[in-house]
Design a protein around this ligand. Sequence first.
Ligand code: SF4
Length: 378
Amino acid sequence: MAGLYIHIPFCKKACHYCDFHFTQSVEQMDEMVDAICQELEMQSEFLERETIHTVYFGGGTPSLLNENQLRRLMRTIRFEYYLSSNPEITLEANPDDLNPETLDLFFKNDINRLSIGTQTFHDPHLKWMNRAHTAQEATDCFFQARQAGFENISLDLIYALPSDSHELWQADLLKIIRMRPEHISSYCLTIEPKTAFGNWVSKGKMTDVDEEYAAQQFEILLETMEKHGYEQYEISNFSQPGYHSQHNSNYWKQEKYLGVGPAAHSFDGTHKRANVSSNAKYMRSIKKDLVPYEIMELTEEDRVNEYLLTSLRTKWGCDLELLRSNYEVDLLQMHEVYLTKLLDQGMILIEDDFITLTNSGKLLADKIASDLFIPNQV
Ligand code: SF4
């Protein structure tokens, strides 16, 4: 189930919480699309000609792509790679870019899943986060997308905003549920150091996210999603039956993927590599027929620990037999006392040789995973 990720590193505005790789110099988009198409050609052997089941345009803001740019990208992908007969092809979009014309263009160019960066339906919060859209635009574009033919739409929400209240959070959740998207991703606000919010927190102009408050909002999220028929299949992801994000699920299951574009990551089943996080360096290097990447050496222990971190966040949980057969790691034996304690505290379940987290355990998912990490051999 190999996947292809294309990073489009441009945004109209810098959201105050975001530390993804992007630039606001959108005048370089044509040149960047040329470079990405060239990299797609150069990397066509990376997945050893495996069939690609998912394509994901992320960023940045891929909904800034114009028709010519998207056509060129899709044509190159189809020419250089084997796509399955019904691939999931997702495009991340911001509401301010979506209108009947752009939606029609995306739909006609094989995009069959939209991931829309709604974030909240509360205008003062959108403004405070420096988002480029309004709540009305977020609502309108969703229904326009339906009219354009999209039957698989994901909406994003952020919670635990410092000036939030549980009433506003519940209002956001009920609004989104009434719209009935197939998929909802909901992330807790995190304050990253190199962002406007990070700067404000360090200068005391803004308070950091309150963990207790965030936990309460997470509980409201779980309760509301469950009540309205959305299955939590990963800590931050909920879907109606049959609408998991196949692309992201493959990451969590450690399937192979190729990432193309600046700052994109790839994984060939053993090694990870990361393209340079600079548009200028990326384009210069591609012009010289060199993909500018760094190999991220993963020890066997790193791979086990990464598996623990990602698998415990999912409804499928951590496969103990996989750890035994692939890595000779017997987690039950290594952490018998700790796992028994977690079982007694109702944080985990162990069934059919899988460990999964209960709702209480999900609140401490990263801590539980890191407590189970195996040490690197020196
Ligand atoms: S639009 Fe998306 S990628 Fe761009 S700054 Fe905002 S959150 Fe980050």
